[in-house]
Write a protein that binds this ligand. Structure first.
Ligand code: ATP
Ligand code: MG
Length: 439
């Protein structure tokens, strides 16, 4: 029976105490992306397995160990998306977005699925916010995308996150680097994990990203990619740094970042927090100039990033970042008797159509229990409807904080509440003085 009351390992429920935070976070991210011209794109939760094998790369941990792959009823191999870029590009190609004005700029919020060991900040279903910019190959595009991450973090009030950048070169300069890596790692064949032994021939860069402690230790002294960049990649990296400096974005160059997906070229970057434990990478991204072509499109440069929503929320909470106040009930209408309950339903409907949050009894509680409930949900105002009120067509709206009473005819409740709410919000503003208005 436990299966019926326990979510699968590595998944989590987001309950009503957290979802308002997520909604705020997600809308802030999308709105910030809009300021840079990125517009939301939604793609399916599953794609053909081949799409990820080809784009993410068949020597990556994601493809080799982490994908949720199954056959559908017609024997097609289907995979729940482990990341957002492949689907975003597939969609852009399928719908000819690249034939329009470049760059194409899309943003997305998506669930992702990876069969990983569950840890704090590491789940089997998690969520990403990401963007992709296609058709822009200059370092200005890299700077813009990185600056978007900074602006998102700023808008959410998260400081204390460090940016690390690196360049992992292009197909022109990479063979020389791969050769150097092969030579280096060949000395440690007996200490590499079996997966990395295979990678040694096929894709030695991947060894740098292996989580196995022994491989990780050996990788520390491996050749550094920045020493092998061709002129074009070197200039590109310099161009990016120049722009980050100009924008006042602080960063460190970390030559060990290679990223876990095969499609990256040139710039790669990570935003890291040291406040949420071992899984501190909140955002990862980079350039993938060969990917569109791998997927069957015309050669088209691209760059993007993905941010883990769960980790972002953890960082916000660890940093004490502000969240909007909880929405509380404007008016609770307590009732006595059937007729009053009918009237309350009508009043509540009127209030809601004017944008108020109104509640009335739907459980059949006593008046005392209704008032207790109103208190529990933090209702700002209450109104009691009984026989007298109905007969006289008047009731009193009570301010629960001050106890002040407002006399209103039942046809005026909406107007009176509107006046009262307006007045009390003026008072609150005057009292706090710290409330900031965002346009
Ligand atoms: P890590 O090194 O932590 O495994 P990654 O390199 O696999 O991360 P990406 O594929 O770049 O991660 O995904 C981008 C972001 O998505 C990460 O920076 C992280 O915030 C988030 N993320 C990745 N995997 C998970 C997961 N299993 N659970 C929660 N968030 C995740
Ligand atoms: Mg990973």
């Amino acid at each position: 029976m436990a299966l019926l009351t326990q979510a699968p390992k590595g998944t989590q429920d987001f309950l009503p105490d957290v979802t308002p935070k997520l909604q705020y976070l997600e809308s802030t991210l999308l709105q910030t992306a809009n300021l840079f011209g990125f517009v939301e794109q939604r793609t399916p939760t599953f794609e053909h397995t081949e799409l990820f094998v080809r784009s993410v790369g068949d020597t990556t941990d994601v493809v080799q160990k982490e994908m949720y792959t199954f056959e559908d009823k017609k024997g097609r191999s289907i995979t729940l998306k482990p990341e957002g870029t492949a689907g975003a590009l597939r969609s852009a190609l399928e719908h000819g977005l690249l034939n329009g004005a470049l760059p194409v700029k899309v943003a997305y919020l998506t669930p992702c699925f990876r069969y990983e060991k569950q840890q704090a900040g590491r789940y089997r279903e998690f969520h990403q916010f990401g963007v992709e910019m296609l058709g822009a190959g200059s370092p200005a595009a890299d700077a813009e995308v990185i600056s978007l991450v900074c602006q998102c973090l700023d808008a959410l009030g998260v400081g204390d996150i460090s940016l690390e950048i690196n360049s992992i070169g292009c197909p022109k300069c990479r063979p020389r680097f791969h050769e150097a890596l092969r030579q280096y790692f060949s000395q440690y064949k007996d200490k590499l994990c079996p997966t990395c032994l295979e990678r040694l021939e096929k894709n030695p860069l991947r060894i740098l990203d292996c989580k196995d402690p022994s491989c990780h230790e050996i990788a520390k002294n491996a050749p550094v990619v920045l020493d092998y960049l061709c002129d074009e990649c070197g200039d590109h990296f310099t161009g990016l740094k120049k722009r980050l400096d100009a924008m006042g974005i602080t960063y460190t160059v970390n030559p060990t970042i290679v990223r876990g997906l095969d499609y990256y070229t040139k710039t790669v970057f990570e935003f890291i927090s040291n406040k949420i434990g071992a899984q501190g990478t909140v955002c990862g991204g980079g350039r993938y100039d060969g990917l569109v072509e791998v997927m069957g499109g015309q050669p088209t440069p691209g760059i993007g990033f993905a941010m883990g929503i769960e980790r972002l929320l953890m960082v916000m909470e660890a940093n004490g970042a502000p969240f909007p106040p909880q929405v509380t009930c404007d008016l609770y209408i307590a009732t006595m008797g059937e007729e009053a309950s009918v009237k309350a339903s009508q009043l509540a409907a009127d209030l809601r159509s004017e944008g108020f949050y109104a509640e009335t009894d739907t459980v059949g509680r006593s008046l005392k229990a209704q008032m207790k409930y109103a208190d529990k949900i933090g209702a700002k105002y209450t109104l009691v409807l009984g026989e007298n009120e109905l007969r006289e067509n008047r009731a009193q709206i009570k301010n629960m904080k001050t106890g002040a009473l407002i006399d209103a005819s039942l046809d005026q409740v909406v107007d009176k509440l509107y006046e009262a709410v307006l007045e009390s919000s003026y008072i609150e503003i005057a009292e706090s003085q710290t409330l900031e208005f965002k346009e």
